[in-house]
Design a protein around this ligand. Sequence first.
Ligand code: MOS
Length: 743
Amino acid sequence: MRIGSELSRKDGRLKVTGSATYTADTQVPGLHYAVFATSAVASATIEALDTSGAERAPGVVYVMTHHNAPRLRPPAPGFGSMTFLPLQSDQIRYEGQPIALIVADSLERAMHAASLVRPSYAVRPAQMSMLERFGPDADAAVFDTLETVTQGYDEPDTRTGDPDAALGSAPVSLSRRYTMGFRHHNPMEPSATIASWDGDRLTLYDTTQHVWGVRSVVAEALGLAADDVRVVSLFLGGGFGCKGFVWPHEILTALAAREARRPVKLVLTRSQMYAACGYQSATVHDVALGASRDGRLVAVAHDVVYANAVPEAFPEYAAAGTRTVYACPAIATRHRVVKLNTIQPTAMRAPNEGMGNFALESAMDELAYELGMDPLELRLRNYAERDPTTGKPYSSKKLREAYHLGAERFGWSRRAPHPRAVRDGNDLVGYGMATALMTTYRFPSAARVRMRADGSVVVESGTQEIGTGVRTIMPQIAADRLGIDPQHVEIVLGDTTLPEAGGTFGSSSTMGVGSAVADAATKLRLAILRTAIADKASPLYEARLEDLEVHPDGAVTPRGSPTRRDAYAAVVARSGREAIEAEGSWAPGGDVLGTGDYAMYTFGAVFVDVRVEADFGITRVARCVGAYSAGRIINPKTARSQMTGGMIWGIGQALLEQSETDAELGRFVSKNLAGYLVPANADVGALEAYFVDEVDPHASPLGAKGIGELGATGVAAAIANAVYHATGVRVRDLPIRPELLLG
Ligand code: MOS
């Protein structure tokens, strides 16, 4: 079971039998329960806050409000947390903002007490409208009045060549506006934090995609040394980005446990999740394309408007992907923000491309019909051999192979050239395709691998398992480097007492953590051989390392004979040590994204077959085929699962998901899984994922790239394009609701 084999998930049984320990399952003696009372208004000053009822309620041991909460050091602006913290002043900036935190001896008593908190507010008008102001009919000039936000490592606006002039003189051009609604991540597991103090030392059990980020932000906010904070996150029931940053409830739970002098558990309710850990902004995309009659792009322009919270600056460049997808001499992208009374938005499965890809790939489809050209042919005609904005070569790219593989597996050649040409009973049948694309994010990571005298191996790294397969592929990578069976390798993760690793976001873990594990396992193999060589009783004593190989029975022969776990275990046993271990690490070099002389992305081609019920306008995805160019695949089984999961995510984005807002009240209104639709089994047809053979030597020493978010791109556009092919109706506003398809 080496790299490239289909190892089944090591944590599958634990999860389906309910034995995996999620944060809220953690047992801590003397645990008390925290519940937030939250603001019903979105913008206000708290004039009075009566907590007397809550304080007298049975079981209550502590009530924290802005009157008595110790002052925290607000986190610095930038990636990773909010600068505005609730319970620190009388200011309300978003509906759902905590106004009091109750600690009681049972959850029910804490909930009851929270219901007794009586606020009165001086309410200000809330700003919550986004699509209403900047949607399909808004004047484009309003764009120039908006501010921009900078990521720091990349520019919000880029311009290559002269797109305005090229658009003006292009033989064929189009200019379209696309919009997408607000969305929430809705992981199955709501966020939870357990805070337990031992003197001045804090342990947090937390639902987080980045235990190290929580450690540093919480330590900073509470004025602690980072070493005095331990953060543990053993399993995550999804996250999709909403557990990537550090949110106020994590800091406030730590503070409440200190003030209440008891270990405290806080679990957000489903509805609180809509105002506690980010969301994906609604976006407005203006895309203009210019092309020659034979379909060569001469101009691409993509402007985006997205939301930020009133006091916060979260930069998301939805048009970043547009800078690289197609060969074109003139490309311009711009990003502007609108300030809303919400919690800070955050990345959601496929930062940047998850939003922008829909707009660009819809526009490409519209251009194909304008030209009377096959949409796949249009993509191939504009295939970029180098990054068109920076001129850099791609670190690896086999997108052409992916287009062909996907088209062949799907049967794209059967596509009827004209829309509304195929019926199946009462269904209108349509085919659509789109290019998938994702930026490569990589983070420095470290790992330790240890072999015990009984031959068992442990991988240790402070990474997280969000459901992607980290618990499966990291042992697989270590086993590959050690030349042993991965069934003997276990992993310990999700704890800041382990070697530091990057966050579980940006589809980065295989590259960062995987390369660190490979490095550690390679070093362990050498350490075992060195131990054998240094053993005076051993026939290996002072032999040259590279000439030798250890046999299962401990015998030594010249290199070339197979290594075995038993041979290594025998060396460990004879050394008199409990275990032999080695540390490994890996960090990307180059600039801030670490890509140096290369443009680094993953790619894919997505093809879908949709059926639109003619009388009711209900769209079903009968089949989705994705073919991906994404570096070396460590475990095809878990990898396919990532891609099909991404496709389901794309079905939700295209057809179902939207957080409804009430602009007057300044709030999200559909704060549950009845009002917010996500795909169920009946919404999902046949899904197929394929990978082209590829190794990217620049992305990571493993030759691997990231895949978790790539699969979530391309799908929504392919569905919208297929809906057009089926019905002749072009929907530019997601989600595609039935009423938009009824003539
Ligand atoms: Mo992801 S949205 O980079 O957790």
